[in-house]
Unconditional design. Structure first.
Length: 313
């Protein structure tokens, strides 16, 4: 029986690449399946002049896609897991979690080979409070400036000389075949990634078993365990995507090792911790690590960050 699936997607090059990638994999897996893309604009794409942390609102980039699925105009959406809110609207769920690519942040510069080489006062572009916090904690001599836009826009601003360097997810650059722009992959000890970084997630309607059956083979069980732990930590911390929270899990056999971090955007305080346990307890481990961080002052830091965002908006 032939079937057609429609993927709702943002129109940025990275989002389109990701949707095309899942389309190709699905069509390869299933004979007689046709996959079409439904490109859409989201609020996050339209509001380009305000730092994301100030616009706030969870899921700025996903709401329109979700409406399209609920209205039956599309069957699935492909997301960067790190941009996905931890909760889903009724009727929709996270069904597929694909194999993780490089989770690290990448150092991109036209003049410097490594983060360590940046001189006093060098200007680094990022709008991620997580990156800002960790960069300033390790390199207090740097100046961090907001940098927004899709990957191409950010690279253009670097090339125009507005910044000495910028930080982007390595995975996004790799997907766009811009690997040669990566000067250094920053180890997770210096910059703990965002939960779900480097992972594609697939969202679909909860009551759509046919789509789910087609999507099932895309899930990577190892990545899924890691991402469940990372997201459980963020959920317990009640962190949206615009907060200085890092979460990164790795598997060693069946042992899951999760690291977490909450920090002040200026790098003046970082609360961090790690936990290890069986992968079957991934979500419980995430929640437990969140409680550990909360007991050490993470809640106060997050409260202050949220209050600051309120004030500026
Ligand atoms: N917030 C934007 C965004 N969302 C996902 C990625 C990269 C790909 C990924 O993490 O899977 C990026 C770009 C970036 O942070 O440099």
């Amino acid at each position: 029986m032939s079937r057609t699936l429609r993927i709702a997607t943002r129109k940025s090059m990275l989002a389109m690449w990701q949707a095309e990638h899942i389309k190709a994999r699905l069509e390869q897996l299933h004979d007689d399946l046709t996959v079409e893309l439904l490109p859409m604009s989201t609020r996050g794409d339209v509001i380009l002049d305000t730092p994301l942390a100030k616009i706030g609102g969870k899921g700025l980039f996903v709401k329109e896609l979700e409406v399209a699925m609920l209205e039956g105009k599309a069957d699935l959406a492909v997301h960067s897991m790190k941009d996905l809110p931890v909760e889903f609207p009724p009727g929709l769920e996270l069904f597929g979690i694909c194999e993780r690519e490089d989770p690290r942040d990448a150092f991109v510069s036209n003049h410097y080979a490594r983060l360590d080489d940046l001189p006093e006062g060098a200007v680094v572009g990022t709008c991620s409070l997580r990156r800002k916090c960790q960069l300033l904690a390790h390199y207090p001599h740097l100046v961090i400036r907001d940098l927004r836009g899709n990957v191409q826009t950010r690279l253009r601003k670097l090339d125009e000389g507005e910044f000495d360097a910028i930080i982007l997810a390595a995975s996004g650059l790799v997907r766009l075949e811009l690997t040669d722009r990566i000067k250094e992959r920053i180890d997770v000890e210096r910059c703990l990634p965002a939960n779900g970084q480097g992972v594609l997630g697939i969202e679909c309607r909860s009551d759509d078993p046919e789509t789910k059956a087609l999507l099932a083979p895309l899930t990577c069980p190892d990545t899924r365990s890691c991402v469940l732990a990372e997201r459980a930590m963020n959920r317990r911390l009640q962190g949206g995507c615009q907060v200085p929270i890092g979460a990164y899990a790795e598997l060693h056999g069946d042992q899951l090792h999760l690291r977490g971090l909450v920090g002040r955007p200026d790098g003046s305080e970082i609360v961090e911790g790690e936990i290890q346990g069986h992968r079957d307890d991934a979500e419980a481990l995430g929640a437990e690590l969140a409680d550990y961080l909360l007991a050490r002052g993470a809640g106060k830091i997050l409260q202050d960050v949220y209050a600051e965002n309120e004030l500026q908006s």
